[in-house]
Design a protein around this ligand. Structure first.
Ligand SMILES: O=C(O)CCC(=O)C(=O)O
Ligand SMILES: [Fe+2]
Length: 343
C-alpha cells in the first residue's frame, strides 16, 4: 500500500484513483466561510497573568466557547513561533525520509510507540483518505524517531510546552464549570501520568480535491486537542448544522473539545465534529496533540456536576485505553464511538 505522498510523487496524477473517491452527504454539506474573528478566541496570557477582571472575562469566554462551539482559538499562549516553525519543518523532514526508513514505523499495533501510515485504519477504511500520518505516544513515556536529526529535541520541547498550555486551559475550563481550578488536572492526573498523543497529518496536493477527503467527520478522543498547521487551510468544524471553514490566526492554536471532556461534563461541553479537506495547490501539514487522561483510568461523568445539576449520568465509564481501541479499530465516523457509551 503506497502512502499518498508516494502516490503523488510517483508520476503525473491527473485524477483521483477510484479507491480515494469520498462521497459527502449533499444534504449536510453546506459550507460557511467565516472570518477568523468569528470563532471564539481565548487570550491565554489574560487567563494566566491577567487582572481578576480579565481572568473572569476569559473564564466566561471559555464557558461560551466550550458550550456553544466545542472549539476555539488560543492566542498569546507563550509557545514561541520559532518552536512551532521548527516542529513543522521537523515533520516535513520526517516525511521526506526514504520510504524504507519510515517503514520501520509502519507497525500495526495501536499502542506501538511510533506509527507512520496512510489513511486512518487500512483494515476498516472503505474509502482511502488523502492523508499520511505520523503518530507518537509522547507522554507519560516519551518516544521519538531517530531521524531526521534534531527531531527528538524539537518534539520533546513541543510536547512539554503544549502540555503546559493544555493544563492552563483545563484550569480555566474547571473554573468555567464552577469547579475548583485544579479539578480536571487533578482528576485526570495531568502532567504526571496523563496521556499525550502527537499526531502529524500530511495532505499532499490532490488533482481533484473536491473528490477526496483528508480526514472524514469525526470528534477527537481525549479532553482537548491542540492543533496547528502550516500556511494551508483545510480544517472545517461542524457548527449550527453547517461546516465552518477555519482560517487560523497566525501562530495561534486551534483547540477542540474531545470526547472525554464531553463524558466528564456529562454532555455540558460537547466534543466538536470536524473534518480536514484537501487542496490542489500544495502539501498541507497539521500537527495535533491529544491531551487525555491516563490510559488505565475510567472516565465517567464528574459526580459533582451530575449531583449539582440534578442529572443522571448520561455516559457509562470505560478506560481511556479501551476507548482508543474501539475508535481506532473502526472507521472514523462522526461521534459513533462516543455513541456506544450513551446511557
Ligand atoms: O488536519 C486538520 O486540520 C485536522 C486534523 C484532525 O482532526 C486530527 O488529527 O484529529
Ligand atoms: Fe481530529
Amino acid at each position: 500500500m503506497s502512502c499518498v505522498k508516494g502516490l503523488v510523487e510517483s508520476g503525473q496524477l491527473t485524477s483521483v484513483p477510484p479507491q480515494y473517491i469520498f462521497r459527502t452527504n449533499p444534504d449536510q454539506d453546506h459550507l460557511t466561510v467565516t472570518e477568523p474573528e468569528a470563532i471564539p478566541t481565548i487570550d491565554l496570557s489574560l487567563l494566566t497573568t491577567g487582572t481578576p477582571d480579565q481572568r473572569s472575562k476569559v473564564i466566561q469566554d471559555l464557558h461560551h466557547a466550550c458550550q456553544d462551539w466545542g472549539f476555539f482559538t488560543v492566542t498569546n499562549h507563550g509557545i514561541p513561533a520559532t518552536l512551532q516553525e521548527k516542529m513543522i519543518s521537523a515533520i516535513e523532514g520526517f516525511f521526506q525520509l526514504a520510504e524504507e526508513e519510515k517503514r520501520e514505523y509502519s507497525g500495526k499495533e495501536l499502542f506501538d510507540p511510533i506509527r507512520w501510515g496512510t489513511s486512518f485504519n487500512l483494515e476498516a477504511d472503505k474509502v482511502l483518505l488523502w492523508r499520511d500520518y505520523l503518530k507518537i505516544h509522547v507522554h507519560p513515556n516519551f518516544h521519538a524517531p531517530a531521524n531526521p536529526s534534531g527531531f527528538r529535541e524539537i518534539l520533546h520541547e513541543y510536547c512539554i510546552r503544549t502540555r503546559q498550555v493544555a493544563s492552563e486551559l483545563l484550569k480555566g475550563i474547571s473554573k468555567s464549570l464552577g469547579l475548583e481550578e485544579n479539578y480536571i488536572n487533578k482528576k485526570m492526573e495531568v502532567g504526571s501520568v496523563s496521556h499525550q498523543l502527537f499526531v502529524a497529518n500530511l495532505y499532499p496536493p490532490c488533482p481533484q480535491p473536491e473528490l477526496a477527503m483528508g480526514l472524514p467527520p469525526h470528534s477527537d478522543h481525549g479532553l482537548l486537542t491542540l492543533l496547528m498547521q502550516n500556511e494551508l487551510k483545510g480544517l472545517q468544524i461542524r457548527h449550527d448544522g453547517k461546516w465552518v471553514a477555519v482560517d487560523p490566526l497566525p501562530d495561534a492554536f486551534l483547540v477542540n473539545i474531545g470526547d472525554h471532556m464531553e463524558i466528564l461534563t456529562n454532555g455540558k461541553y460537547k466534543s466538536v465534529v470536524h473534518r480536514a479537506v484537501v487542496n490542489g495547490k500544495a502539501t498541507r501539514i497539521s500537527v495535533g496533540t491529544a491531551h487525555g487522561p491516563p490510559l488505565d483510568s475510567v472516565v465517567s461523568p464528574a459526580p459533582e456536576l451530575v449531583a449539582r445539576e440534578g442529572q443522571l449520568p448520561a455516559y457509562h465509564g470505560i478506560t481511556y485505553k479501551e476507548y482508543l481501541m474501539i475508535q481506532q479499530k473502526n472507521q472514523l465516523n462522526g461521534k459513533s464511538c462516543l455513541d456506544h457509551l450513551r446511557l
